[in-house]
Design a protein around this ligand. Sequence first.
Ligand SMILES: C[S@@+](CC[C@H](N)C(=O)[O-])C[C@H]1O[C@@H](n2cnc3c(N)ncnc32)[C@H](O)[C@@H]1O
Length: 187
Amino acid sequence: MSYLDIEKRYKRGPQIITRKDAAVIVSETGLCPQWKCLDLGGGSGFLSLFLANLVPKGSVTTYEKKKEHAEIIKNNVKLSGFKNVKVINKPAERFAGKGFDLVTADMKGTEKLVKKIHTALKLGGYFAVYSPHIEQQMACKKTMEKVFKKIRTIETIQREWKIDTRGFTHPVPSQVVHTGYVTIARK
Ligand SMILES: C[S@@+](CC[C@H](N)C(=O)[O-])C[C@H]1O[C@@H](n2cnc3c(N)ncnc32)[C@H](O)[C@@H]1O
């Protein structure tokens, strides 16, 4: 059984983060199994659950303001069988708690929460913000620069190839080119 077999069970509501973009958060932070994570703008719960699978000794708390989306996440948590995810149906602006190793955000208006997120992180903790639009990343970076030091913005482009060992080889002609950007900062 792979995590991908578990993920197939989930229902989709709002647009999810792709695995390649979730993976860059993992690779650029060095996520560890005991990490305490906070995910703001839970959506369909795909990012929360992707992280939860990788922090079996830790936890993921997610805030989702819309009741119907929070219900989708709760149902997906049930389908995953994971016990380390807490879903809170409240606006992210009201998140509580401190000592997080990782805070992720995939929602409009994240830039207004940067200072609060910085305070809630452990020293050495990471903040990763995902969005499909560079303007949202720029708005976040402007505020991040006031409190964080190492800040990087990454776009991960993945191209699949069709390899024909008896004929011609080329990239699969029609593919998704753009998904989004991830800006990562460390406290
Ligand atoms: C694009 S979806 C997130 C998808 C999620 N990362 C996933 O992989 O399934 C954005 C979500 O953020 C929620 N949202 C927007 N503003 C919010 C806020 N201020 N507080 C909490 N949730 C918010 C929306 O309702 C929506 O469900």
